[in-house]
Design a protein around this ligand. Structure first.
Ligand code: GCV
Length: 650
């Protein structure tokens, strides 16, 4: 049985007693038809004519600029008014979900914080998913389209129910076969998928290969300034939009980790993005261009080269040079979705460029959906981080709007965590991360615990189980950080696989981050004064905080400074004692989770209980491995004994 996630029978039942009516909408399309279909088929409620006095009336109005409004009149009848059909559908789900949760009061005004709320699938045509931990793709199977259209439909419903409005349906690493997704042969299949998402108010994008004109064997170049290349993409866009008039546009990873790009022709990334943006512009399309431009130039022997500087170095100088329908998608941190890293300074450096901040729901570096890791505390922290601009603070959650050249061409995106597993996410608790991303994109003022409370109420039926799971999940991001890499030092994961400890795994690798540990200390000197100079990419205020070892926050200390093992943290502990303590307490945290979870054996449905028990057993092994390898490594390096004389292997 495929898990219904947060849209359970009980949740629907709470609203199915109502009679619904859809008032004449300004525009009838596949979304408005789907609104009616969802009411009748999914909710199994009555759809009546307006005259028959409906309990819930849905309509649109141009008085609402974005989002929807829900209100109750004096007769107790509900009115849901959307800015457009997509927002009206989001409003319908909001009504259903929050009726059940019981926090709707007499209504609500919901204007989304982020205009673009996007999911990126890293799915490959062969059915595999890059960094996927929940089974194979629901989109592709053995180089054919659609493993299951009904699952795609369920997925579209789940996404739409939390307000997602864009999806890119294939991996940003566009391999040979996927390059031909934009061919005449494949577009009808893409259209089937795009139509499903379209009915749920979600626009579909494709990741495209920058070298397509060459791969199609039409040209010998993909130089963005070559007239033949420009013409090729214009023609290709025409073909695409003839087949799929509602197509969203392209997502592009260029000049990164082996993907082709404009640098091969001595062109910059604005030139590359703008050429594609011009091709889709006549059809209202957008181009989302990734700032993760990273073909490693590092050498551990040369401490002046720093991968953290790459995005800024490639893009800051191009501010103001991107087309109006081009949007730069920027990872939230300068490295790569680490559990702890500072916020990407490029977000504040490009003040006249459409931007999307990119997150990773799939747990590449955060536990592979084996380890419990509720990621919202991390994302909320990112969204709340303040840059300084002309003496004023600007939080990340507002910065993309501030920088946008076109109001709606900005927002946040995240790499999905779903696959063919019956519960979608491998670890059922990881469903909360998918739910939570949508909610945070819609309302960037929500806290991690508010979002969790919603999800728990929708997903678990028992108060004891809710309380236990809540405690586990809210602390899980910190616990994971505690037993893995300390104080923001960077990778220490198993190379390539990125699960489990590998303290030196990347230490001499050109793709790595380095801890530079020796007998005296550890950490990366990224100061302007004596290090790589990365700190200078921040505004003056943040620069000063990070540059100075005394003001640098503990949790990112080793990201910015090389310090001795006896360096005293703001917490009052030495660095080495902090490392020991957090690694011991991280393991204790997981042991506690196991004991608490076992209390739920007779309370939860057995598949749910088993799923988490089994993962927690594996999480404990992982945490113990991390603890022992990290503690032993630093004990051997430093020779400093644990102040509490706990077991550290020699
Ligand atoms: C899709 C990291 C991951 C890659 C991923 C890349 C990216 O390097 O390990 O699997 O590639 O980020 O974001 O493009």
């Amino acid at each position: 049985m495929i898990d219904s996630c947060w849209l359970t029978k009980e949740v629907f039942q709470a609203a199915s007693k109502y009679k619904f009516a859809v008032d004449s909408l300004s525009n009838e399309d596949s979304v408005s038809l789907n609104i009616r279909r969802e009411i009748i088929e999914t909710l199994q409620a009555q759809l009546v004519d307006l005259q028959e006095s409906a309990d819930v009336e849905l309509t649109d109005s141009d008085e609402i600029k974005k989002g929807f409004n829900i209100s109750r009149d004096e007769r107790g009848h509900w009115h849901i008014i959307g800015a457009n059909n997509g927002d009206l559908l989001h409003g319908l789900y909001y009504f259903i979900i929050h009726q059940y949760i019981g926090d709707l009061g007499n209504g609500t005004d919901q204007c989304p914080s982020q205009s673009i709320r996007m999911i990126d699938q890293w799915d490959n045509f062969d059915g595999s998913i890059e960094r996927g931990y929940a089974g194979e793709s629901i989109f592709y199977d053995n180089n054919t389209f659609s493993y299951s259209y009904s699952r795609i439909r369920q997925y579209a419903r789940l996404l739409s129910s939390v307000g997602i409005n864009y999806i890119a349906i294939n991996n940003v690493n566009v391999h040979m076969k996927e390059t031909f997704f934009i061919s005449e042969e494949n577009l009808p299949k893409i259209k089937l998928i795009s139509d499903i998402f379209g009915e749920f108010g979600i626009k579909t994008l494709l990741s495209v290969n920058f070298a397509s004109p060459i791969r199609f064997r039409d040209l010998d170049s993909s130089d963005p300034l070559d007239e033949r290349v420009i013409e090729w993409w214009h023609e290709r866009a025409k073909v695409i939009y003839r087949e799929i008039p509602t197509f969203g546009g392209f997502l592009v990873k260029a000049d990164s980790e082996g993907e082709p790009g404009p640098y091969s022709y001595g062109r910059n990334h604005a030139q590359g993005a703008n050429m594609l943006a011009a091709a889709v512009k006549p059809f209202g399309g957008i181009v989302i261009w990734r700032a993760f431009v990273y073909n490693s130039q590092q050498d551990w022997r040369d401490r002046s080269i720093d991968r953290a500087k790459a995005a800024y170095d490639n893009f800051a100088k191009l501010d103001g040079k991107f087309a109006e329908n081009a949007i730069l998608q920027i990872k939230f941190g300068p490295i790569d979705f680490q559990t702890r890293e500072p916020i990407q300074p490029l977000l504040n450096a490009m003040k006249h460029t459409n931007q999307i901040v990119e997150f990773q729901i799939t747990q590449e570096y955060t536990g592979h959906q084996i380890d419990i890791n509720y990621l919202l505390p991390q994302w909320v922290r990112v969204m709340k981080f303040n840059f300084n601009r002309d003496g004023h603070q600007v939080a990340v959650k507002n910065i993309t709007h501030k920088n946008a050249v076109v109001e709606n061409n900005c927002g946040i995106a995240a790499v999905s965590n779903i696959g063919r597993d019956e519960n979608w996410t491998g670890n059922k608790l990881a469903q909360a991360n998918l739910y939570g991303f949508g909610r945070l994109a819609w309302n960037s003022d929500l806290t991690a615990s508010e979002i969790l409370d919603e999800w728990l109420k929708l997903s678990i039926n028992n108060e004891t189980a809710i309380a236990v799971t809540r405690g586990i999940m809210l602390s899980s991001n910190q616990v994971y950080e505690d037993y893995t890499a300390p104080l923001g030092v960077g990778f220490m994961v198993n190379p390539a696989f990125h699960y489990g400890p590998g303290v030196d795994g990347y230490e001499f690798d050109r793709w790595g981050t380095y801890h530079f540990a020796d007998r005296d200390g550890l950490g990366v000197d990224r100061t302007l004064k004596s290090g790589t100079g990365y700190t200078r990419q921040y505004d003056n205020h943040n620069f000063e905080i990070y540059e100075n070892v005394d003001t640098c926050p503990d949790e990112v200390l080793l990201f910015f400074h090389h310090v001795s093992y006896n360096h005293i943290l703001h917490s009052g502990k030495t660095v080495i004692q902090h490392i020991y303590d957090t690694h011991f307490s991280g393991v204790e945290g997981v042991k506690r989770y196991l004991a608490e979870w076992h209390q739920l054996k007779d309370v939860l449905p057995s598949d749910f209980y088993q799923n988490i028990s089994e993962r927690l057993d594996r999480q404990l092994l992982n945490a113990v491995n991390w603890r022992d390898q990290v503690n032993t490594f630093f004990y051997r390096m430093s020779g400093v004994k644990d102040a509490q004389s706990r077991k550290i292997y020699r």
